[in-house]
Design a protein around this ligand. Structure first.
Ligand code: CU
Length: 158
């Protein structure tokens, strides 16, 4: 009789232990899994601005985010400097569309305004990712003479 009770309670505690282990493992394993999690940054924003050229338009786009390190839930200044054959482009409308590769994080498109010499600036905030993702894409869209062209920068937040 006594023996049976002991066997029963040890079975029960084994079950509780394995349930706990399962819960812990899903917690650690499931957390970073989302489509797009293997996308890697092509713009090392922590080391400085990134430069890319829009080939058809021959426009050089210099993109930066400050202050560094770039962290979520902090006010950030997005800046874009445009040059066409070495001359500043001062007549563009510029927005930065912020998205996470493979995850819908809402719409976040700070508008930038021209400050001087082809430099456009705007304030924005990068949301905290509920899945722990740190890779974001900034699509810089510039409109000039009723034509919109864009270039993307993939970067990592701290
Ligand atoms: Cu996310």
């Amino acid at each position: 009789m006594n023996r049976d009770i002991n066997a029963g309670s040890s079975m029960k505690s084994k079950f509780i232990l394995s349930a706990l282990a399962f819960m812990l493992s899903t917690c650690f394993i499931a957390h970073p899994v989302y489509a797009g999690m293997n996308v890697t940054a092509d713009c090392m924003i922590k080391s400085g601005a990134c430069v890319r050229e829009i080939e058809q338009e021959k426009i050089k786009v210099t993109f930066d985010i400050n202050p560094k390190p770039v962290s979520p839930m902090k006010e950030l200044i997005f800046s874009v400097t445009l040059a066409e054959k070495g001359s500043p482009v001062t007549d563009a409308s510029v927005i930065v569309e912020l998205t996470m590769p493979g995850m819908y994080m809402g719409i976040n498109s700070p508008a930038l305004v021209h400050t001087a010499d082809g430099r456009y600036e705007g304030k924005g905030v990068i949301q905290a990712c509920p899945h722990g993702g740190k890779i974001w894409m900034a699509e810089v869209k510039l409109t000039r003479h009723n034509k919109t062209v864009s270039v993307s920068f993939i970067f990592e937040v701290e």
